[in-house]
Design a protein around this ligand. Structure first.
Ligand code: ATP
Ligand code: MG
Length: 450
């Protein structure tokens, strides 16, 4: 089994070998290479102590990434390589980090500290693949399995619980029964994982190719980090639009959308307010009036707790708020939405609507054609550079001042009124037309005040 190592990795391995040490590519890069995926980064494991690594690779810039854990980052030909000395992790009383690490001359010990069998393989050109824990077989079976005893491994580092879910989604792997049972039992340990790490793992899970299977199989783990979603699980909708309970609908909508983290996060929360908004009519049909506002509140709370950045939060919350709002197939309506959300935001809203619809009863999938029509119309509005924001307006504050209208809050209101007139199609976006309309509006305003 040959893996094509990048020249920079071969160079590092060769220099370490020449210095008399063992060295291998290890972990995710080996896994991804065997799967035919392009590795995100290349890690090297070596019997050389950090000082030896530094000495042998002194021709290259070195960053002390995690020196006390034995990790140096060496930049070779523009590629940063993480080079870690063989080590054994000891303790883990905080359920997240080892209490101490011990360097070891033994590769097998280093592989044994790694989380999953498919992440515990090493490779170099002289010896080929080193696979002490059945990683290759698990790759073939598309299975994530803990190295060693699952309970102990999740207790040492609770982040592995979320890594398991994330890899399952990204690689479209199943999680072996013993590891799956253990991570469900140990889910309470997730309180020891920082909000930032939880957020990053969740986003990677959502962006993966198979998020639905993971969300479906592990609602209790998801509910541990996102309790806002729990009420949806098994919540019957009693409505002909819906074939699935709220959670199953949510899961299907996530997977029906492209892997855009903002869109998929919005979909994960879009109906979270439904259980709290449920009412039944005389026919026993379920309704969820005003649920978007409740979903918005729940999402706001979750995003703040997980420290989402401001820009993403604003975007995600707008998509949740408007996921059920009507977008009419008219240029004026699209200009209004462009003004509210911008081009990227509106495109994301249409993706949310399309995915939401695909996760409803197939009898209603005719709505897909309407959404595609909206996209075409949006392309036209944008191609024609139609005006939908103050910067597109053919006049600005200085023009109005030159026409004798004094600066001040009244001026801002006037500009917004002109923009609204243009967006609604009541008025052409033309300098002369807008100037005379401004003069008229200004006079009326003054008379009103007099
Ligand atoms: P990716 O880079 O795609 O996230 P990866 O498997 O390379 O996947 P990294 O976080 O880059 O993951 O870690 C590199 C290797 O280090 C892993 O393959 C695994 O062998 C080991 N590793 C990383 N994090 C842990 C952990 N929390 N517990 C045990 N081993 C880990
Ligand atoms: Mg990696």
């Amino acid at each position: 089994m040959a893996i094509a190592l990048p020249p920079e990795v071969r160079q590092a391995l060769r220099m370490l070998h020449d210095g008399g040490y063992q060295a291998y590519a290890v972990g995710g890069c080996v896994r991804d290479s065997l799967l035919g995926r392009v590795p995100a980064d290349w890690d090297v494991t070596t019997s050389a102590a950090p000082e030896q690594v530094r000495r042998l690779l002194s021709a290259y810039p070195v960053i002390e990434t995690g020196l006390k854990h034995g990790t140096l980052t060496v930049r070779i030909g523009g590629r940063p390589l993480e080079i870690t000395t063989y080590r054994v992790d000891m303790g883990g009383r905080d359920h997240r980090h080892p209490d101490a690490v011990r360097f070891t001359p033994c590769l097998t010990e280093d592989l044994a500290r790694r989380d999953f069998t498919v992440n515990a393989m090493a490779y170099n050109e002289e010896e080929g693949l080193i696979d002490r824990f059945g990683g290759q077989e698990d790759l073939e079976r598309r299975l994530l399995r803990c190295v060693g005893e699952p309970d102990r491994r999740f207790e040492e580092d609770a982040l592995r619980i979320l890594r398991a879910l994330r890899f399952a989604s990204v690689l479209d792997f199943a999680i072996d029964e013993a590891s799956a049972g253990s991570l469900v039992r140990k889910r309470g340990l997730l309180v020891h994982v920082s909000a930032e790490r939880v957020r990053e793992e969740l986003l990677r899970l959502l962006r993966g190719t198979a998020p639905a299977a993971v969300l479906r199989r592990f609602p209790s783990v998801i509910g541990t980090v996102l309790p806002e979603l729990t009420a949806m699980v098994g919540f019957d909708q009693n409505n002909p639009h819906h074939l699935y309970d709220v959670y199953e609908h949510t899961i299907r909508s996530v997977e029906a959308a492209p892997p855009d983290p903002v869109v998929r996060t919005a979909l994960l929360f879009h109906d979270s307010g439904k259980p709290a908004s449920y009412t039944e009519d005389e026919q026993g049909v379920g309704h969820f009036r005003g649920h978007a506002a409740v979903s918005l509140q729940l999402a706001e709370q979750a995003l703040a707790r997980l420290k989402f950045d401001k820009a993403s939060s604003v975007r995600i919350l707008a998509l949740i708020r408007y996921h059920d709002a009507a977008v009419s197939p008219t240029p004026a309506s699209l200009r209004r939405w462009l003004n509210r959300l911008g081009e990227e935001g509106l495109r994301q809203l249409l993706l949310v609507k399309a995915a939401d619809n695909l996760a409803q009863h197939p009898a209603y999938h005719g709505r897909q054609a309407e959404i595609r029509r909206l996209e075409t119309l949006l392309d036209e509005v944008l191609a024609q550079r139609q005006c939908f924001s103050l910067t597109d307006l053919a006049v600005n504050g200085r023009d109005l001042q030159a026409a004798g209208i004094p600066a001040g809050p009244g001026m801002g209101m006037l500009l917004h009124t002109l923009l609204e007139d243009v967006i609604e199609g009541r008025c052409e976006n033309d300098r002369q037309v807008l100037l005379s309309r401004a003069a008229l509006l200004f006079d009326t305003q003054r008379e009103g005040n007099a």
